[in-house]
Design a protein around this ligand. Sequence first.
Ligand code: ADP
Ligand code: ADP
Length: 239
Amino acid sequence: KPIIAFHHVNKIYANGTVGLKDINFEIPRGQFLVVVGLSGAGKSTLLRTINRMHEISSGEIRIDNEPISDYKGRALRQLRCHIGMIFQNFNLVNRASVERNVLSGLVGYYPTWKCVLGLFSAADKQRAIQALKRVSLTPKIFTRADELSGGQQQRVAIARTLMQDPKIILADEPVASLDPRTTKDVMDTLQRLNREDDITVIVNLHSVALARQYADRIIGLRAGELVYDQPIANVTTAD
Ligand code: ADP
Ligand code: ADP
């Protein structure tokens, strides 16, 4: 049974731009899916409809066989808690410690003011250490975020999403600003979480070569349309 299913999904932005056009596909639980396509193809839009950062215009998205469009309030917060998201620019609080950034992943479980004031329990801090262990960054726990390399910052962002025990991680161009070495660290981290913790991972990438190294399956978007969908064994250099 798929963890995510798109059924005739269209997204037209308020200014008339077509974001997604009649998207139909299913993502099995535990898949490492890479979305490729040129800039403006709709990759980011696709990702953001899954946690409802963007609302679709028509069609249906199901997660665990439940349509998500009716979710409100608590149900919507819970949906977003179980879907981790990371971005190209990491979105960390630069002047705060790694620990504090990771703990801020508990926003959504706690009222925001509690996170702002840093009112975290010993159990929360233990969880943060565990999350940092999973991204191999425990030695950096008390370092300021902006003193880390880009790849390390992205792994902190991943650890922050792990605080919410996500079933799905959405990664929007997570390595676009990184060099090849730190790119590998970040992609290896996502791969390990996918394989060891059975987290379904969806990554937007520019590089088809990188996609081929990590993906179970690659889908391609062009002008909002799904134009390509292949399991990795069938992807050849001719594609
Ligand atoms: P990609 O991630 O593949 O670069 P996007 O999903 O960001 O593509 O964008 C798809 C299309 O939708 C582009 O034409 C883009 O300019 C447009 N777009 C994205 N976000 C918005 C928005 N909030 N309002 C209007 N148009 C948007
Ligand atoms: P959504 O409809 O998913 O909520 P928004 O309505 O928040 O998206 O987008 C708000 C406005 O931001 C858009 O109408 C557009 O004018 C502007 N905008 C944001 N990103 C882009 C983009 N990539 N291209 C064009 N316009 C954008």
